[in-house]
Design a protein around this ligand. Sequence first.
Ligand code: S3P
Length: 182
Amino acid sequence: MGGKSVVLVGLMGAGKSSVGRRLAKHLGLDFVDADEEIVKAAGCSIEDIFELYGEEAFRDVEQRIIARLLRNGGHVLAIGGGAFMNPDIRAGILERCVSVWLRAELDVLVRRTARRGGRPLLKGGDPREILQDLMEERYPVYAEADIVVDTNDEPPEITVEQIIGALESEPGSAGTAGETGT
Ligand code: S3P
């Protein structure tokens, strides 16, 4: 990857962590989960950060942690679903990394997020409606990623193969696994 990080972008439940872990292994790189780094730095869970300090405080910490992670390149980095919406984070990623959007359909996201809690944004109402709204707001922005991979019910290994194919066809920049970002 020439020292560049591969950054996985996508909504909650898209499989960024499970795909990221496997992708890192294939590429011989370390896997870093930005949310886990935030939890380590804050010393409490993401739910607690939202509850005690609010979303704005979470976004501040998220920006600082991801800026640090982007400075030390060369890993596979999964970022929380909201991070790529921050223009500064997005610009840093587009400039220095290869970004991969794991695009998933609503039903898949609803099913997967129901299996694991700890997502404060889904607690304020009907998770399907919230995810639908987030898709409308975020998918046009996620489309700026270098590579777009559709990931639905296939095992994560298949998604990893698609990403590797795209990285090989355009190493270090845009590639295609069905479609390229704009
Ligand atoms: C968020 C997604 C979460 C986490 C936080 C906010 C979002 O990460 O960063 O709850 O705004 O979409 P995952 O996408 O890893 O679930």
